[in-house]
Ligand binder design. Structure first.
Ligand code: BG6
Length: 465
């Protein structure tokens, strides 16, 4: 039997990327140093293949031709980010005129092609001058970010359809202050909580500034809403899943959408002496300036069980004291990246937003399949990524189910447009609709990119079931 998966009339189709992962650095472009540029300059061996952020996918040089590929792959929406360190090289003060020209040309180019433009202000990249002042551990950075956001709204609001304050703000918290995966690679729970709180405050300030600049303009935050599933119905496993969700999801979702932190999270912070310095005025800003819609990044679920590590006074506190990862037997896996594939997670997110977050408007802003060594799938000059098409279809079916049941999802953006640089993983895992030959910088649309255009044009797809 043939089943139709058709999406609402105003549904958007596209992909996401970010400035630091795609633009590259050109001599004399006036860009300042970011935390990533700095880290690569001192520890290049940490980056896969020792490939750093200076070249990436050379979008800075090639954007005009690249934007044509958006059309060829059926985009009706595109998300990228402004690099703070490109626009305001020292983080505060002087604006780089070349950056203004570049971003205006890119944004105009997207619009000229009839594609909606979503622009993110922050995708893990801080000007290094501000990192040296203490980075997000310092409340001063919050005000610097607010000033930067205001500059962006003043310079580009006429070209941007919708704004985004931060991408996956929990990631720099986890990877930079609890893990060893983002600069400054510390393990310090108190610093992690302060970084999270400062980021949330900064996001609310950007929402306020956006609306002050243009009351009609909509602004969101992008969160990786990875549902936490418990290993069993055992109360200890259930508690672990609840806490994992508090940390990973609700820590930003609740204040961003509801305007306040969950009580259980506040109590836990208190209990472990992690509460940051908070003023009533700041909490009021967070309460008064919630987002207009939400971006959701979803790759894989979080499966957890009761913690295997017991916390003793004086231990370095880490998330493992609250929940342990659970490797579920028989799970479906993307063998090229090692991540679980669980399409229903997207349906669960859809219903969670419908039922617990006022059914606010949302879009999938990232979903995708990373493939290491993808060149082996090249045949007749094209990456034949049927696996990626299956991956997308599987997720779209679950999203469709969520929308049919009333969830307010308005679009689907893949990670990513052209294969891009991915932090410490550099070019290890390829995600793009468009293949990048890193050496020659040649671009070739993959099978999935051609397929996506058909889906976008038809506003859905048919499936034999
Ligand atoms: C997303 C990030 O969570 O994961 C992207 O927003 C990142 O910036 C992507 O590139 C893929 O990550 P990885 O580690 O598989 O290359």
């Amino acid at each position: 039997m043939t089943k139709e998966y058709m999406f609402p009339d105003d549904f958007l189709w596209g992909s996401s990327t970010s400035g630091p992962q795609s633009e590259g650095i050109e001599p004399g472009d006036g860009k300042g140093m970011s935390n990533w540029d700095y880290w690569y300059s001192v520890e290049p061996e940490r980056f896969h293949g020792q490939i750093g952020p200076e070249k990436t996918s050379t979008f800075y040089k090639n954007f005009a031709q690249d934007l044509d590929l958006l059309v060829e792959t059926g985009h009706t929406v595109f998300r990228t980010s402004i690099q703070w360190s490109r626009l305001i090289p020292q983080g505060r003060g002087e604006v780089n005129p070349q950056a203004v020209e570049f971003y205006r040309q890119v944004f105009q180019g997207v619009r000229d092609r009839g594609i909606q433009l979503y622009v993110n202000l922050y995708h893990f990249d801080l000007p290094y001058a501000l990192q040296e002042e203490g980075g997000w551990e310092s409340k001063e950075i919050v005000w610097a970010y607010e000033a930067y956001a205001k500059v962006c709204f003043q310079l580009f609001d006429d070209l941007v359809d919708r704004w985004i304050t931060f991408n996956e703000p929990i990631v720099p918290v986890e990877c930079g202050y609890l893990g060893d995966y983002h600069y400054p690679a510390k393990v310090d729970a108190k610093a992690a909580v302060a970084v999270g709180y400062h980021t949330q405050l900064a996001s609310a300030l950007a929402v306020r500034a956006c609306h002050e600049n243009n009351p009609e303009k909509k602004i969101a935050i992008v969160l990786n809403l990875t549902p936490a599933y418990a290993k069993s119905q055992d109360p200890e496993d259930l508690k672990a899943a609840r806490i994992a969700e508090l940390f990973q999801t609700k820590s930003f979702l609740d204040p961003s959408v509801k305007g306040h932190y969950p009580e259980e999270l506040v109590d836990l912070m208190e209990e472990y002496g992690l509460t940051p310095e908070v003023t009533k005025e700041e909490l009021q800003i967070i309460a008064n300036h919630t987002v207009d819609f939400l971006g959701v990044n979803y790759y894989q679920p979080l499966r957890v069980q009761a913690p295997l590590l017991e916390y003793q006074d004086g231990d370095l506190l880490v998330p493992d004291h609250f929940f342990a990862p659970y490797d579920m037997p028989g799970k479906k896996i993307n063998p090229h990246r090692g991540w679980e594939i669980y399409e229903q997670g997207l349906y669960d997110i859809a219903l969670n937003l419908r039922d617990n977050y006022g059914n606010l408007e949302w879009l999938v802003t990232e979903n995708g399949m990373g493939v290491e060594g993808e060149e082996v799938f090249k045949d007749h000059g094209r990456i034949q990524d049927a696996y990626r098409i299956d991956f997308v279809k599987g997720h779209l079916k679950e999203l469709h189910r969520g929308i049919e049941e009333g969830s307010n999802c308005k679009g689907y953006m893949m990670w990513t447009f052209i294969d891009c640089w991915s932090w410490l993983n550099a070019y290890k895992n390829r995600y793009g609709f468009v293949e990048l030959d890193y050496e020659s910088q040649e671009r070739t649309i993959k099978k999935s990119g051609l397929w996506f255009k058909e889906v976008s044009q038809a506003n859905g797809f048919l499936e034999e079931e």
